[in-house]
Every structure is written in C-alpha cells, then in structure tokens.
Design a protein around this ligand. Sequence first.
Ligand code: PLP
Length: 376
Amino acid sequence: MIYLDNAATTQTDPGVVEAMMPFLREHYANPSASYAAARHVRKALHTAREQVAARLGAQADEIVFTSCGTESINTALASVRALWPEKTDLIIASTEHAATLEAASRWKAQGGRVLTVAVTADGVVDLDSLRELLRSGCVALVSIMWANNETGVIAPMREIVELSHAAGALVHTDAVQAVGKLPIDLRDIPADFLSLSGHKLHAPKGIGALYVSQRVRFAPLLVGGGQEGGRRSGTENVAGIVALGKAVELSAEIMSSTLRDQFEHQILSAWPSAIIHSQNAPRVPSISSICFPGLDAAGMLILLDQQNLACSAGSACHTGALHSSHVLEAMGFDAAHAASTLRFSFSRFTTVDEMARAVQIVSACATKLSNLTANL
Ligand code: PLP
C-alpha cells in the first residue's frame, strides 16, 4: 500500500513500539502505588512529560496526558467556560476541526456566545476579522488551530496570541496537525493551552496531551483519583504516555516541504487542470489538498483504493461518511469543488519512490474516471 493519509493517522514508529513494549509486559505496576516497581513506572511518566515539554518549550508540570486530541480540546474549552462564566464569548475559526466545533456548540448550549473568525480565500485566519471580534470585550477564550487538517494551512499564531492577550482573552490552539511538523516554542508564542495527539505523530491511538500554562487557572474535565496532579483523573495509560514521549522525541527533525512540493509539481504536470489549495499560503509540509475539477472524489477514492493507494477526500470524513467540507466552503469554494477534492498527506516514512508511483496512479485513475464520466 502507498499510504498518503497521514493526517488521518500515522504508522507507529518501530522505535516507539520498542519503547512502550516493556510497559505492556513487565512494567505493569500502577504508577500511584508505593513499591519500587511503581516508582520505576512513575519515573517513566516523568521522562515522557519532560520529552513532550521539551518539544514545546514548556515545563514538565505544564503537560497533562489525556486520551486524544479531542479530549484535550474539550478539556481546555470546558475549563475556561467553568472558571470565567462572566466572560461569555468564545472565538473560533470557521475552519476548526469537529472537536472544536462541537465543544463550541456545548459552550453555546451552556449559555455562552460563539463568534467565528473568517478566513481568507487561502484559508488563512483573517486578523482584521479577529481584531473586530475581540472588541466585544467579553471574550474568555480564542481557540484557533495551529495547522488545518484539510489544507495544511498554518495560522498566524504569534499575531493571534498577541491580539488576544492584549484584549484580555486566553488562547487555546489545536496543534494536532502542527506538532512534529513545525518548530513550536511556547516561550516565543505564549499560547495558554495547546492540544496534541499521539497517533498523528507516530505514537499509537489513545494518547494525547494538553499543555496548560502555569499562568492560568485550570478546572479538570475528569475528576476522581486525582492523577496528573489532579488535572486528569483516571489510571494513566502508561505505555501510551511512554510512546508519546518517545514519538515526540523522534519527531525532533522537522519535515521538509521538498517532497510535498515535488508531488504537487508532478501532479500539475500530469493533470494541468488540478488546483492546489492554499499553494501560496504558509502550510505544513505534510498535507496537500488538490481539486481535480469535474472528477468525483468518492469515485477517485474507489479507483485509488483498487490500486492500493490510501488517501482521503477533501471533504471531511468522519465515521466513514462523506460530508461537504466546511473548510473549503469557508474559503469560498462551492460544494461541487469540494466534492472533487482529494487530500494527500505525508510523513517522514513517505519515500520519493512512493510519491512518484502515487502521481502515476492518480493520473491513471483520473484519466479512467474522466473517460467513464464522459461516456455516461
Ligand atoms: N484536531 C485536528 C486538527 C485533527 O486533525 C484531529 C484528528 O483528526 C483532531 C483534532 C482529533 O484528534 P484525536 O483523533 O486524537 O481525537
């Protein structure tokens, strides 16, 4: 299989599997226990916390391990809503992931107000729109994703944090598609909360983390045994946490965009009518969103699957159902355009040879579908 769906999930790094295995086999003690075996496990949790913190320019005690990116996002939004009830407003971008959109709906259901920042035709957060919304004076939190999961577009986080803080609002960023793809230093860009997910950076599924700045008050989503310093109760997913620490450490070398650029160049040569979304905007090197005008993406996915190429439709795919993409819609594209869009996403395991073969397969499938459509 040629796997170009790394924005959906990534293959587990063999080094990560190796690091976590002892915690599934012999080091199974509950880290909260008092004997030596438990101390060993506690030490491993601490090491992982330091590894994640080091990657973000944070302190170890600012990292809270969770079960996934979605939990981290929900926790951050719920915490702010609970602690600042008098500040009613939440600002999000129109292109957020479903985890933020749904948590925002809950914010609203609890009596808050949700304001949406527009994006430019390139999918970049419009800072003038943000400035305008911040004038409400009642904004508790600005939650804007660092990198978009459909287009790869990078948000101007430095400006977002500066403007929001100047207006007295806290900042959460969904950095699920950014960590491991971009250098992130929270000392330089001081967001107050940051969410990340293990399975997007070569750790297994079921582990995530939330950075909570020491500067802010915090209310946990899960209460119980008081694990994670009382910030996330529940016996720790020790193997997952060790895996995340290792995965973050292994992602130290930031991906280059050369492979993605070559891929896009070759696709355009093979299929000149293709449209690369946000080509001139800052993007992570791992995602390429491409419209093949007139070709049905769902049909393309079937043909590509028959050739053992895995990628996804540009329209967001949750639990197997294709919905029209709210991201492309926010950028001004119509439903037909979105329905002709494919997302290819890469990782450090993607090879030049796979990319070249993928271009041939995509081009052959596009020709086949185009002929089939013409004969209908
Ligand atoms: N945010 C973004 C940008 C994502 O791409 C995803 C996963 O698709 C999530 C959040 C949710 O992460 P998880 O699958 O770990 O809950």
